[in-house]
Design a protein around this ligand. Structure first.
Ligand code: GLU
Length: 416
């Protein structure tokens, strides 16, 4: 029994028929019913009969070229990788096991507006809400992107839930050197709502994936209208609204560029800042992460014993107040952590600006305790970077204070 199989499930006095979806737990089956709803079913309490095996499984060993969509040699090839979230609910999983390829036809069935923009390769890495992302999935995703580029993709689009897209984009920014664009996109409103942003975001992301910017980027609505998508650098972006379609913003700078959806027949991509050019970097991957890192937000009144939970961890990123402070009573405990080998990094819970612990006493005491300042690195990005730096650099403390993937500016400059 595989994801993509058509199944009949009997449990108690109910019978369900539909297509088996990839499930994140071994204990549950997830079935897409013919009406479109997904049901989760306790595996132990259900009898399952496979009515029809996944067509792609049957074709295994064939020529692997089942798609009827013709390859257009004048168009670039874009690989679409799905990880889940609202945008992926448009993707038809009839053919998708977790690591399976889904082909050009499946992509175009999901978002017909993508027709004629590129040749497509499709791939499912996960089918999860992005709050369920883990460093292991980031790694699988980076490896899948790497494989797609190696196989000849001229650009990659990653479809992802919006809640933690910024963490995944940051993770891939550190893990990959890419000669082609890698563009994350998602959707704040599902496809069944008139205000859905999924088609425009997907189309703009494909255009960005064909562009000259070989960066890991996030492509999402730039305004509440269906006019422009913004292109954000993967390490500097933040989801700043729970539900608006233009929830994503670049922090501390202008976005890298934009995709104008309203101009002419094809959306136009333009850039406002310097970017790494297509082909400039050789493809490389450094996907290992040390997951023994926590991100902690300080608040007045925080119990000192809260830090006990971090004992033995390899890294701690603190979101301090203002320039990078915590209550004086926490500082000896932080010093103990540093002495025991935990790399402790300071960021700020202010959205804009950079930490500077030389100005006030508590800051200077934190520096004396061995805390490292992460400049203007965003807290979530700093956490991902520390996971990466602990694996890939001999001196993670120094790395955290230096830019690696556009996450840290040497000095803050005013911007329009
Ligand atoms: N919270 C879910 C996620 O981030 C669904 C919403 C969305 O796709 O943005 O995956």
């Amino acid at each position: 029994m595989n994801a993509g199989d058509r199944v009949r499930v009997e449990r108690a006095d109910q019978t369900h028929e539909g297509v088996l979806l990839p499930s994140t737990t071994a204990d549950h089956l997830v079935v897409k019913l013919d009406g479109g709803y997904n049901v989760g079913i306790d595996r132990a309490a259900a009898d399952v009969e496979v009515l029809e095996a996944d067509a792609h499984e049957i074709e295994e060993g064939g020529d692997g070229n089942a798609s009827t969509v013709e390859f257009d040699e004048d168009l670039p090839t874009v690989s679409l990788i799905s990880t889940g979230g609202t945008i992926a609910s448009t993707v038809d999983y009839r053919t998708g096991a977790v690591t399976a390829q889904f082909d050009a036809e499946d992509v175009l069935r999901a978002v017909p507006d993508l027709a004629g923009l590129a040749n497509y390769r499709g791939r499912v890495v996960a089918n999860i809400l992005s709050e369920n992302m883990t460093p292991d999935v980031w790694r699988e995703l980076a490896e899948a992107v790497h494989e797609e580029i190696e196989a000849g993709a001229d650009g990659v689009v990653v479809m992802h839930g919006t809640d933690t897209m910024q963490y995944s984009a940051a993770a891939l920014s550190f893990m990959l050197d890419t000669p082609v664009p890698v563009v994350f996109t998602g959707s704040q409103r599902s496809a069944d709502r008139p205000s859905s942003d999924n088609v425009m975001n997907a189309v703009c992301a494909v255009e960005a994936a064909k562009s000259d910017a070989a960066e890991v980027m996030v492509c999402m609505h730039a305004s509440e209208s269906d006019d422009v998508c913004a292109l954000h650098r993967g390490t500097r972006v933040r989801k700043n609204h729970t539900s608006r379609r233009d929830a994503f913003e670049t922090v501390g700078a202008k976005p890298l560029g934009e995709v104008d959806y309203e101009t002419g027949e094809r959306p136009e991509v333009s850039f406002r800042r310097d970017y790494a050019e297509r082909g400039a970097a050789d493809l490389a991957i450094a996907p290992e992460l040390n997951p023994e890192v926590e991100l902690l937000k300080f608040a007045p009144g925080m119990d000192t014993s809260f830090l006990d939970a971090v004992e033995g961890k390899d890294g701690l990123v603190i979101e301090g107040t203002g320039l990078g402070h915590v209550h004086t009573d926490l500082i000896p405990r932080i010093e103990d952590l540093v002495d025991d080998g935990t790399t402790v990094v300071m960021t700020s819970q202010c959205i804009e600006g950079r930490v500077c612990d030389r100005v006030y006493d508590t800051g200077r005491d934190l520096l004396d305790a061995g805390v490292v300042e992460a400049g203007d690195t965003l807290p979530g990005t700093a956490m991902v970077k520390l996971m990466w730096a602990l694996e890939h650099t001999s001196d993670p403390e120094t790395t955290m204070a230096e830019p690696v993937a556009g996450e840290l500016t040497e000095r803050s400059v005013p911007w329009e």
